[in-house]
Design a protein around this ligand. Structure first.
Ligand code: HEC
Ligand code: HEC
Length: 315
């Protein structure tokens, strides 16, 4: 190749570009190698178990029941219900084993003792076999027994004992995770309002403030959607035709609903209102009784009306 004036610079540039590219490839490959090393000491779900249950199985249960429709987990999920990332560390396996199968009510001290005495997995996992030592190890359990309330917004989910064990393994895993400081100190606006939803009796005083807010003119459909979100309805109900823990709301309004008794009922305002306030009065065919929490003490008449209007808008 002849080389007239100046044109020989071109191959030189190309060479430098190739050398730079080659260097970057080497850096890329070396760093990719590092990402496979367990150098940050992070735990993985495959390493954590509770009895014979694995944390990764529990993760599937957690997803299948859509717990994040109400709860936060490592920064994701909803804010209706408490963050569960460090729940195991706080309350321990015995409290969880007593709570999860009948979550509508809080466990008593007796219920925790029963778990410690009768479940070898638990005594072994906790490393203690009496309630005093258990409280020392998991102070959150004592605190929960003391702040025990009657019923809660946490639904009684139909968890098998297998699934309860798997969920405990999963919560044990999230407690062991290095979350780099998550969850932070909570400074949630409206925290009192949210707590009052979960503990209606304890905070009747907060109700006055909520009423005042409702006085502002707002689009009832939008308000209904917001209320349904705030109250965890979407943990169990889809707005399209998907079947979740509860029936879907898509095309529900005005339809004929088949009940477990074999009869049908028209999905009008009265029926929907009753379904929200006293869900067990009529059970939809194919669904279980006792699953949906009764919202009669949580929602005002106007709030229920707004939710019904929202469901109507999905017709
Ligand atoms: C419909 C909303 C909803 C769904 C779905 C839900 N929870 Fe809850 N859960 C709540 C509420 C509300 C509370 C707080 C109860 C209270 O403080 O009275 C709660 C409390 C809890 C607690 C105790 C928290 C504490 O304060 O110590 C645990 C543990 C828990 N839930 C686990 C689960 C798991 C696991 C699932 C899924 C299998 C789940 N929840 C699904 C609403 C929900
Ligand atoms: C823990 C799960 C769960 C939560 C949370 C829940 N529901 Fe339900 N819901 C169900 C189940 C299960 C049924 C079917 C059994 C029955 O008829 O009570 C149902 C039935 C209904 C029905 C009747 C549906 C039909 O097809 O006839 C309406 C309306 C309804 N729910 C509204 C609500 C509203 C509004 C909320 C929130 C304020 C809510 N639900 C929260 C589980 C839930």
């Amino acid at each position: 190749m002849s080389c007239p004036d100046g044109s020989c610079k071109e191959p030189g540039k190309r060479q430098r570009a190739l050398i730079a590219f080659g260097l970057m490839m080497i850096i890329f490959i070396v760093l990719s190698g590092f990402s496979f090393l367990n150098s940050r000491g992070q735990v993985v779900p495959g390493d954590i178990s509770f009895g014979s249950h694995m944390a990764d199985e529990g993760k599937h249960v957690f997803q299948a029941y859509n717990c994040m429709g109400c709860h936060t987990m490592v920064g994701n999920g909803a804010y209706l219900a408490p963050d569960l990332t460090k729940e195991y560390k706080a309350a321990g396996p015995a409290w969880l084993a007593a709570f999860l199968p009948s979550a509508g009510t809080w466990p008593t001290e007796a219920a925790i003792k029963v778990q410690l005495l009768n479940n070898d997995d638990i005594a072994e996992d906790a490393g203690v076999d009496n309630i005093e030592d258990y409280y020392k190890k998991y102070p959150g359990a004592k605190e929960r027994v003391q702040r025990r309330v009657g019923t809660t917004l946490m639904p009684n989910l139909p968890l098998s004992s297998e699934e309860v064990g798997q969920l405990i393994a999963y919560l044990k895993y999230t407690s062991a995770m290095n979350t780099e400081g998550w969850p932070p100190e909570t400074k949630i606006p409206d925290l009192n309002k949210r707590l009052s939803l979960a503990h209606p009796v304890a905070s009747a005083a907060a109700a006055g403030a909520n009423q005042a807010q409702a006085a502002e003119p707002v689009d009832p459909i939008e308000l209904g959607h917001q209320l349904a979100t705030d109250n965890g309805c979407f943990a169990c109900h889809a707005t399209d035709n998907k079947k979740m823990t509860g029936p879907s709301w898509g095309k529900l309004y005005g339809s004929q609903v088949k009940l477990t008794t074999g009869s049908t009922v028209a999905a009008d305002d009265a029926y929907l209102t009753e379904s929200i306030l006293q869900p067990n009065a009529k059970i939809v065919d194919g669904y279980q009784t006792g699953l949906m929490p009764a919202y009669d003490k949580l929602l005002s008449k106007d709030e229920v009306k707004a939710i019904v209007e929202y469901i109507h808008s999905l017709e």
